[in-house]
Write a protein that binds this ligand. Structure first.
Ligand code: PEP
Length: 248
């Protein structure tokens, strides 16, 4: 049985006061039993949020990291630094990182390996552009991203990875994939894992959908067989909205 995961991606939003108010709300409003919940916050908020969320059932994650353990990489943070804060997850290869900051499949792969080595759970993002979808290239694009992202990762580790299928055309646009379309791609990803590793690995690895998920669409998405959760941007910013996503 795969535990459902509802993950919020705050992106570059929230001051410390706003983050703490959010954490207080989640302390008073628990998620549905059996649902794992996660907030991926900007790095400067992680230490304080880890304290504020202690005792709640909400885990904490970062939104990016460097693939080296340390060194002359001004402005970057390492996996060990993230772990020190109390965070246990890290989003890797988000399409905004790929499009705006030049991340490649190869760099995302190095980060994924490094996160696993440090004991963090990577959320490995993949997704096609509108152009690629319209050219019927979705499966091909996703397959290439998943194969490269997991290159060199052994079966014992791959089930610790969470994959997030996030079609680029659905992120922050209000256009969500239908539950059936999202499930079709998530099922294809499970097939790729089965071919690369085994049926057993494919059955235990969690696959999230992301792209304008909101309180109206989450229930339908979560009812699909191959969707194990959601990675949510905009609708994770208000505490009430995030909480209602976690009680789908
Ligand atoms: C995201 O940032 O990963 C995301 C899916 O954003 P939104 O929910 O706003 O589309």
């Amino acid at each position: 049985m795969r535990t459902p995961l509802i993950a919020g991606n705050w992106k570059m939003n929230k001051t410390l006061d706003e983050a703490l108010a959010f954490a207080r709300y989640l302390g008073e409003h628990a998620p549905k039993n059996g649902v794992e919940t996660l907030i991926c916050a900007p790095a400067p908020l992680l230490y304080s949020l880890a304290d504020a969320l202690a005792g709640t059932r909400v885990a904490l994650g970062a939104q990016n990291m460097h693939h080296e353990a340390q060194g002359a990489f001004t402005g970057e943070i390492s996996a060990a630094m993230i772990k020190d804060t109390g965070a246990t997850y890290v989003i890797l290869g988000h399409s905004e990182r790929r499009q705006l900051f030049g991340e490649t499949d190869a760099s995302v792969n190095r980060k994924t390996i490094c996160a696993l080595k440090e004991g963090l759970t990577p959320i490995l993002c993949c997704g096609e552009s509108l152009e690629e979808r319209e050219a019927d290239r979705t499966t091909e694009v996703i397959k290439a991203q998943v194969i490269s992202g997991l290159h060199g990762i052994a079966e014992a580790d791959v089930t610790k990875v969470v994959i997030a299928y996030e079609p680029i055309w659905a992120i922050g646009t209000g256009k969500t994939a239908s539950s059936a379309d999202a499930n079709e791609v998530c099922a294809a990803i499970r097939g790729i894992i089965s071919d690369l590793y085994s049926d057993k690995a494919a059955e235990s690895l969690r696959i999230l959908y992301g792209g304008s998920v909101n309180t109206d669409t989450v229930k339908g998405l979560m009812a699909e067989a191959d969707i194990d959760g959601a990675l949510v941007g905009g609708a994770s910013l208000a505490a009430e909205s995030f909480h209602s996503l976690t009680t789908f």
